[in-house]
Design a protein around this ligand. Structure first.
Ligand SMILES: *[C@@H]1O[C@H](CO)[C@@H](O)[C@H](O)[C@H]1NC(C)=O
Ligand SMILES: *[C@@H]1O[C@H](CO)[C@@H](O)[C@H](O)[C@H]1NC(C)=O
Ligand SMILES: *[C@@H]1O[C@H](CO)[C@@H](O)[C@H](O)[C@H]1NC(C)=O
Ligand SMILES: *[C@@H]1O[C@H](CO)[C@@H](O)[C@H](O)[C@H]1NC(C)=O
Ligand SMILES: *[C@@H]1O[C@H](CO)[C@@H](O)[C@H](O)[C@H]1NC(C)=O
Ligand SMILES: *[C@@H]1O[C@H](CO)[C@@H](O)[C@H](O)[C@H]1NC(C)=O
Ligand SMILES: *[C@@H]1O[C@H](CO)[C@@H](O)[C@H](O)[C@H]1NC(C)=O
Ligand SMILES: *[C@@H]1O[C@H](CO)[C@@H](O)[C@H](O)[C@H]1NC(C)=O
Length: 754
């Protein structure tokens, strides 16, 4: 290309100023592009005739050319002021031919057109109305007071009205400013502000629980997404929902007593971190709970370890969430559940119609109730009597009615311990035994009244034991009654005479009811009388027969009797009886023999017998009979010369006496030399005992016992109270059959010296 050629075209282009007339020159395209973005302007460079050729392409901005291409010289030119930093480029071979403009500036907005020249075809024009969009600034926020707000605003309470202004600087065309609450458009009424080139949108937003983040969006083109800023709103919230959950797998809040559980209370949508309190019925469970709060999810959780007891059945467990940041009144929310605590039955036996001591009177009615506390309900009862299961027991069938034991009529065999048990799905519980006592009035046992030694005992059976006894003591002629607390009385306290039999009746009283049949017995006290004296001797001293005996145990006094042969018939007749009495007077102390009992008999004749019996308050023993020996009788006989004193013939015998005195004195002198010991007349003593020979003799001569020829006899007779006993009666009385104890046969013989 020659310099001349180039110069010609340059001049041509510069000089051929050509304003594009809309609607006449050619079509007008509308095109939008963003500032700083690229855009492409298209020019139709295709010829209508196939053999035609492009010769010249020129682009104008307004009336100024910015680019030209000369096909004939293949010359390209661009405006230096427009093609700054080489932002303009073209693809000349493409049809239509694109012109690329990069890094658009706000002042690139203009009406562009291209002029295309062909060899044959007429010149063609294409207009492009390019609009360069200038984006606005990022929105920002001002509060009511005009202070800038960033990120976050609040806190607010639900119901407050939020007033906030969103401002945007610049933007071409002027942007729309709209408010979104979350994704929801809440305000699109943007307007000019007092400040030039700034648009704003002031928002009045009632705060609800769902208000969270509000966004301000500014937009002036569809080519780019709206420019937005957001702000988070802090709202103080009371929990929207509180719920209690078990960490274990638990159905319908059914727990086992004594097990450990962890329960969780969740409070949703609560801000800021609340207080979660646990209440079991009216008890505050602080010490076991702890709590977390997630500020993102606004969820609070509290855990509680729970060990339910039986008492907690049907208790309400509440998780109460309180937001301290919110004024009282609507700051708390709770979930409440009712616990169903299951446990092994707790069983107790209740007594009905019994006295305080769990006693019941025989023949009365009473009931036992098996009181059960169980969850779930007990479905099986068992009754126990003295720890034996009586449920299947035939003998008890009429008494057991489920959980009630009914005794329409109580018997004393029902005394004992009762217990019951109940079962549910948790297990079996057994009650403590209850001791039931069946009371009944006193009843005489086999012996009723008994006498042992000198104690009378009233033998009765009763429940409870009698607390008092009334005694009625009756003899032939006397009566006495006594009341004691003890079931025994000593004969000592009976004041009436007990020498005969007595009818003794006792009545016991135990406070339950009157004794129906009194205990009574006729008692003889015979066996309490002393034994008959066993060792006695008969002596003649100081002109009297005397009897001495060894004392008998338990004898209080002695009776001595004199038995004389009747002159008319051959029977012994009681001639004289006297009580020797007791005490020191009757007791004689012999130096080498200890105490002895002595009594005076007076005179005895041949055939007479001396008797002695030991006595006490229950009467006298059998009588020991002694018969004086010939020796004693002789000692008691009057001297032969006694006759002479009576006949007054002393004168006659005086002479004879002198001779005799002489002889005697001589003899005394001789005797005195030999036996100086004899100075006073010693008693003539017959020591009497019974020996085998004598007994045999008595036995063999049973019918002849009374005969006077029996010179020596010792016999126990059985007539105690009889004042006089005839021979025949005496005869028929039984004889001693037992051999006497050995000491009875002992005879001591003291030589008599008269
Ligand atoms: C404009 O075009 C240039 C080159 O073709 C490219 O590098 C750049 O990224 C484009 N700019 C935009 C905003 O598309
Ligand atoms: C724009 O200028 C650059 C150099 O500054 C050049 O390389 C380019 O070809 C020019 N564009 C056109 C269409 O002439
Ligand atoms: C070009 O576009 C702008 C804005 O889009 C408009 O105001 C103007 O009137 C248009 N020019 C013509 C000639 O249509
Ligand atoms: C509370 O939360 C529980 C568990 O998430 C749910 O079952 C219940 O429907 C909620 N109640 C309310 C009133 O939202
Ligand atoms: C209380 O919190 C501690 C620590 O977070 C945890 O180890 C403990 O198990 C919690 N207590 C209960 C009862 O959940
Ligand atoms: C408690 O739990 C037991 C066992 O699951 C059940 O039988 C009973 O009906 C429950 N009671 C209540 C009141 O829900
Ligand atoms: C004497 O009386 C006592 C007390 O009553 C008695 O134990 C004892 O057996 C009696 N002795 C005789 C020999 O009866
Ligand atoms: C013997 O005589 C006494 C009186 O001397 C008289 O009481 C008694 O009955 C007589 N006995 C007989 C068997 O005749």
């Amino acid at each position: 290309m020659s310099v001349c050629q180039a110069l010609i075209y340059f001049i041509l282009i510069l000089t051929s100023v050509y304003a594009f007339i809309i609607g006449i020159d050619g079509p007008l395209l509308h095109q939008e592009a963003l500032e700083d973005d690229n855009t492409t302007l298209h020019c139709d460079t295709t010829s209508a005739i196939s053999e035609d050729e492009l010769s010249l392409l020129v682009w104008y901005k307004g009336d100024d050319s910015i680019y030209s291409y000369d096909a004939r010289s293949n010359n390209e030119w661009s405006s230096q002021t427009f093609n700054t930093s080489g932002r303009l480029s073209i693809n000349i071979n493409k049809r239509p031919t694109p012109l690329y403009i990069r890094s658009l500036r706000a002042d690139d907005e203009a009406l562009y057109h291209c002029r295309v020249e062909f060899l044959h075809t007429p010149t063609r024009y294409t207009g492009v109305n390019l609009t360069v969009i200038v984006l606005p600034s990022k929105p920002f926020f001002l509060d009511e007071m005009g202070n800038k707000i960033e990120d976050k605003i609040g806190p607010f309470f639900v119901g407050d009205t939020l007033v906030i202004n969103c401002l945007v600087i610049g933007g071409r065309p002027p942007p729309h400013i709209s408010w979104y609450n979350g994704e929801v458009l809440v305000d699109a009424t943007g307007s000019e502000s007092d400040i030039p080139n700034v648009r704003q949108n002031e928002l009045y937003l009632p705060i609800t629980r769902n208000t969270n983040r509000i966004t301000c969006k500014a937009t002036n083109t569809l080519l780019s997404a709206p420019i937005s800023s957001y702000i988070d709103i802090e709202i103080y919230l009371s929990a929207s929902n509180v719920s209690i959950h078990w960490l274990q797998d638990i159905e319908s809040n059914t727990l086992k007593a004594g097990n450990n559980y962890v329960v969780k209370c969740i409070a949703y949508e609560v801000n800021p971190s609340p207080d979660i309190a646990w209440w079991l019925n009216r008890k505050h469970l602080t010490q076991y709970s702890n709590q977390t709060w997630n500020h993102m999810t606004k969820t609070a959780e509290s855990h509680l370890q729970l060990k339910p007891t039986i008492k907690d059945d049907r208790a309400t467990l509440a998780g109460v969430t309180t937001n301290p940041a919110i004024p009282p009144g609507k700051n708390s929310k709770a979930d409440v559940i009712t616990l169903n605590v299951t446990y092994v039955p707790i069983v107790e036996v209740l007594t009905v119609e019994t006295s305080k001591l769990n006693g019941v009177i025989e023949n009365d009615t009473f009931r036992l109730i098996c009181e059960v506390d169980a969850n779930p309900r007990a479905n099986r009862f068992m009754w126990y009597y003295n720890n034996t299961n009586i449920h299947e027991n035939v003998g008890w069938q009429d008494y057991i009615f489920g959980n009630i034991l009914i005794f329409k009529k109580t018997f004393r065999r029902h005394t004992g311990q009762y217990s019951c048990s109940a079962k549910n799905s948790m297990g079996e519980g057994k009650a403590e035994g209850v001791d039931i006592t069946v009371f009944y009035p006193p009843e005489c046992t086999n012996n009723g009244v008994s006498l042992i030694n000198e104690i009378i005992t009233c033998q009765v059976r009763s429940v409870p034991d009698p607390n008092s006894f009334t005694w009625y003591i009756r003899t032939d002629s006397q009566f006495e009654n006594l009341t004691t607390q003890s079931p025994s009385i000593s004969l000592n306290i009976i004041t009436i005479s007990l020498t005969k039999t007595a009818n003794i009746t006792c009545e016991a009283n135990n406070g339950v009811a009157k004794q129906q049949n009194l205990c009574t017995k006729v008692i003889s006290f015979k066996h309490l009388r002393p034994q008959a004296p066993r060792q006695c001797d008969l002596s003649y001293e100081r002109n009297q027969f005397q009897i001495h005996c060894n004392p008998v145990e338990n004898a209080t006094h002695y009776e001595i009797t004199v038995w004389r042969m009747s002159t008319s018939n051959a029977s012994l007749i009681l001639n004289h009886k006297s009580a020797m009495g007791f005490g020191a007077q009757a007791l004689i102390r012999n130096a080498d023999e200890g105490w002895r009992v002595g009594g005076q008999l007076g005179t005895l004749n041949e055939g007479d017998e001396a008797g002695t019996a030991a006595c006490n308050r229950y009467g006298c023993s059998e009588i020991l009979l002694l018969r004086p020996t010939e020796k004693l009788l002789n000692a008691a006989k009057l001297p032969w010369w006694y006759f002479f004193l009576d006949k007054d013939v002393g004168m006659i015998v005086g002479g004879v006496l002198l001779v005799v005195v002489f002889v005697i004195s001589t003899a005394i002198a001789v005797c005195a030399a030999r036996r100086s010991r004899v100075k006073q007349p010693a008693p003539v003593i017959q020591v009497v005992g019974i020996d085998d020979f004598t007994r045999e003799f008595l036995n063999s001569t049973r019918d002849l016992k009374a005969r006077s020829s029996c010179s020596l006899r010792s016999r126990n007779s059985n007539y105690f109270e009889t004042e006089e006993v005839g021979l025949t009666q005496w005869r028929h009385l039984p004889l001693i059959h037992d051999p006497p104890p050995p000491d009875v046969t002992l005879t001591r013989h003291r030589e008599s010296a008269v």
